[in-house]
Design a protein around this ligand. Structure first.
Ligand code: 5AD
Ligand code: SF4
Length: 475
């Protein structure tokens, strides 16, 4: 057949899990003759991979659909058809409502059903299709293995989803409803995907899951035993070519002794940990159903720092959870000072339909939330700047990922996930190189090469006493 390939445009919102899922959707549709494009104007199929975690998610999707409708109409003028799909967590949460409000949408598909995309797309040619069931089968088993598509997009780093869903039921969170119960992929399937990635030049893998450290996948002995995250990381560290391993995002209750020890024992495991706490107030933590107290969280971080003093801590915070008083918020500020985060994300509480907190009394007024958010973000920024500044003069290994800000530069990541800009030839892309940090901005570092060759990691150059580092959002 000589028919030209159809074009697929995927727009991704939200977390890294969605970035990974978008890659998988592209792979699943490659078998249907689709090839991915960066230009929406030439797309025969547009998929919005949506996020429902916070405010106005659904509204954003509807206005995005409005923009796509305009593209569709313009293309129709020249006789071209454009199909529109909505995927991700808004698809899961809104379902039928999406085609009711936006009849231009051909297909609504929840995160559990991406392996059925080819079939759903075929059905959608006749009438709008809505697929938001939670099938019993494991979607991971049905998706094609990782292909070159994502590798070309991702360079030397890749995401690898190992776990999905969440059983924690924090009272503010939609994830247990949109992504369902916790499911872990079997160890064998993950190792196979990781080997494939390594073979295609990937040096750094970020293991993804909504509650990734609750991972408990079936071992290769036919599933008689399960393996925790530490065991999985250990097995991954034996794969030739995988030089860096990260994981996100974790729950404090699932940080077990083995995983803490892995931060000491496995050199490939990077000294960076995103460990959301959400609030520094015991009263609010209880109302959030976080299942731990503030002092337990602090003690946990002390244990991790005891084995890996330089670990860069990151976190998530919600301000203005229902009933949060000035004193509760002061506890959060105090916790941030005590932990000395390298970096953290903070959000205004947003009532999510169907979650217990949405029905709680004492919703905090918007101006109060706004003020608290500004104060918290200023404190977090201050910590991040201080950490970046403390890196100046140090020699650290950087994995070069892509062209930097200026011509002749490459940008890579430090072990602490900070972007680092360095004058370096294109030939060093994909390699880990020792660099000396010359200056620091609020979100990134500038450095020069030392020596010039490729060096392996495992130097002690990344260690500091402060136990703090900085990063920038990757998604
Ligand atoms: N309102 C505000 N922030 C939220 N998050 C999750 N649900 C909500 C909500 N309803 C934040 C949490 C979580 C991060 C991914 O998003 O901090 O860790
Ligand atoms: Fe949501 Fe994370 Fe709580 Fe699970 S642990 S309910 S994903 S905030």
């Amino acid at each position: 057949m000589t028919a030209s390939r159809k074009k697929l445009f995927v727009k991704t919102f939200g977390c890294q899990m969605n970035v990974y899922d978008s890659g998988r959707m592209i792979d699943a549709l490659a078998g249907e003759g689709f090839e991915s494009t960066d230009s929406i104007d030439e797309a025969d199929l547009v998929i919005l991979n949506t996020c429902h975690i916070r405010e106005k998610a659904a509204e954003k999707v509807y206005s995005e659909i409005g923009r796509i409708r305009a593209v569709k109409e313009a293309r129709a003028q020249s006789g071209k058809d454009t199909m529109i799909g909505v995927a991700g967590c808004v698809a899961q949460a809104e379902g039928e409502e999406i085609v009711r409000r936006a009849p231009v949408v051909d297909m609504v598909v929840g995160p559990q059903s991406y392996h059925r995309l080819p079939e759903l797309l075929a059905q959608a040619r006749d009438r709008a299709v809505v697929e938001t069931e939670f099938p019993v089968e494991d979607k991971f088993d049905h998706l094609p293995a990782a292909t070159g598509t994502r590798l070309r997009m991702g360079g030397p780093t890749a995401f690898l989803t190992i776990q999905e869903g969440c059983d924690k039921f924090c009272t503010f969170c939609v994830v247990p409803y949109t992504r369902g119960a916790e499911v872990s992929r079997p160890v064998g399937a993950i190792l196979e995907e990781a080997r494939h990635l390594a073979g295609a030049g990937v040096r750094e893998i970020t293991l993804l899951g909504q509650n990734v450290n609750a991972y408990h996948g079936a071992d290769r002995d036919g599933g008689l035993r399960t393996v925790g995250l530490a065991g999985l990381i250990e097995a991954l560290s034996r794969i030739d070519g995988i030089e860096r391993i990260r994981y996100t995002t974790s729950h404090p209750r699932d940080m077990d002794d083995d995983l803490i020890a892995a931060h000491r024992d496995i050199p490939q495991l990077m000294p960076y940990l995103h460990l959301p706490v959400q609030s520094g107030s015991d009263r609010i933590l209880a109302a959030m159903n976080r299942k731990h107290r503030r002092d337990e969280y602090i003690a946990l971080i002390e244990r991790i720092r005891a084995v890996r003093p330089d670990i860069a801590m990151s976190g998530d915070f919600i301000v203005g959870f229902p009933g949060e008083t000035d004193a509760d918020f002061a506890d959060t500020m105090d916790l941030v000072r005590r932990v000395a985060y390298a970096q953290a994300y903070s959000f205004k509480y947003s009532p999510r339909p169907g979650t217990p907190a949405a029905a709680m009394d004492d919703q905090v007024p918007e101006p109060v939330m706004k003020e608290r958010l500004a104060a918290l973000q200023a404190l977090i920024d201050q910590g991040q700047k201080a950490f970046n500044a403390a890196m100046v003069g140090r020699t650290i290994p950087v994995l070069f990922e892509k062209p930097g800000r200026k011509p002749g530069q490459l940008v890579g990541r430090s072990p602490y996930l900070q972007p680092v800009n360095v004058d370096a030839p294109e030939s060093l892309r994909g390699q880990i190189v020792e660099v000396r940090v010359t200056s620091a901005g609020p979100n990134s570092l500038f450095a020069e090469r030392v020596g010039g060759g490729t060096q392996s990691e495992g130097t002690d150059s990344g260690r500091t006493d402060s136990g703090r580092a900085a990063m920038e959002a990757v998604s």
